[in-house]
Ligand binder design. Structure first.
Ligand SMILES: Nc1ncnc2c1ncn2[C@@H]1O[C@H](COP(=O)(O)OP(=O)(O)OP(=O)(O)O)[C@@H](O)[C@H]1O
Ligand SMILES: Nc1nc2c(c(=O)[nH]1)N=C(CO)CN2
Length: 167
C-alpha cells in the first residue's frame, strides 16, 4: 500500500478540466485536494501561467511505481506531448513524496528532486498538510521552512483561486 502527494499542473488547453480529470479519476483513493492556484511559470521558460494543485492519495493496491504509472496514464489521456523540458503542457503529474521512500532512480526519484524549490508545490501542499516535511540533502525539513527560503517574488507568483477541483 502507499500514500502519495501528487503535484498536478497545466498551462495548455482547458487547464481546470485537465486538473479535474485527475481528481475525478482518483476520487476513490483521494484523501485531500488543495485549492487551485494560478502560478507564474517556474524554470525560466517564457510561457503562460499554470494552474496547479496538490492531491493526497492513499491506496492499498497502488505502490509508488503505480502512482507514477497512473499519473502518466492521466497525462497521456490529456494528450500531453513531451516537448521542451519545463515547457508548456496540458497535464503534468509529479510524485512529490510516496510513503517514506527515498530513491535516486531517474525513473522515479523520491522525494521529487525539485519539489523543495517550487512554491507552486509547497503552498498547495501546506494548505492540505500544514505539518508536511520533506527530506532535502539527507535531512527532513518542514515544508513551511522550505517555503520561507524561497524568494518573496516566487511565493507571490502563487495565487489561490476560488474554483475547486472536487465536484
Ligand atoms: N517523482 C517523480 N514524479 C514524476 N516523474 C518522475 C519522478 N522522478 C522521476 N520522474 C521521471 O521524470 C521523467 C520526466 O518527467 P517530466 O516530463 O514530467 O519532467 P518535467 O515535468 O519536465 O520536469 P520536472 O521533473 O522538473 O517536473 C518521467 O518520465 C519520470 O519517469
Ligand atoms: N508554475 C509552474 N511552473 C512550472 C510547472 C508547473 O506545474 N507550474 N511545471 C513545469 C514542468 O516541469 C515547469 N514549470
Amino acid at each position: 500500500m502507499s500514500r502519495a502527494v501528487l503535484s498536478v499542473g497545466s498551462n495548455v488547453g482547458d487547464s481546470l478540466a485537465h486538473l479535474r480529470s485527475v481528481v475525478d479519476a482518483l476520487a476513490d483513493v483521494t484523501v485531500s485536494v488543495s485549492a487551485v492556484y494560478a502560478t507564474a511559470p517556474w524554470g525560466g521558460v517564457e510561457q503562460q501561467d499554470f494552474l496547479n494543485a496538490v492531491v493526497v492519495v492513499d491506496d492499498p493496491a497502488t505502490d509508488c511505481r503505480g502512482w507514477l504509472r497512473r499519473g502518466q496514464e492521466l497525462e497521456a489521456a490529456a494528450e500531453r506531448i513531451r516537448a521542451r523540458r519545463w515547457g508548456p503542457r496540458t497535464l503534468d503529474v509529479d510524485i512529490v513524496v510516496c510513503d517514506d521512500v527515498r530513491s535516486d532512480d531517474p525513473v522515479l526519484t523520491l522525494p521529487h528532486p525539485r519539489a523543495h524549490e517550487r512554491a507552486f508545490v509547497l503552498i498547495p501542499w501546506l494548505e492540505v498538510e500544514p505539518d508536511a516535511g520533506l527530506v532535502v540533502d539527507d535531512q527532513i525539513v518542514r515544508a513551511d521552512a522550505l517555503l520561507s527560503r524561497l524568494d518573496a517574488a516566487e511565493r507571490a507568483g502563487v495565487r489561490k483561486l476560488d474554483q475547486g477541483l472536487r465536484r
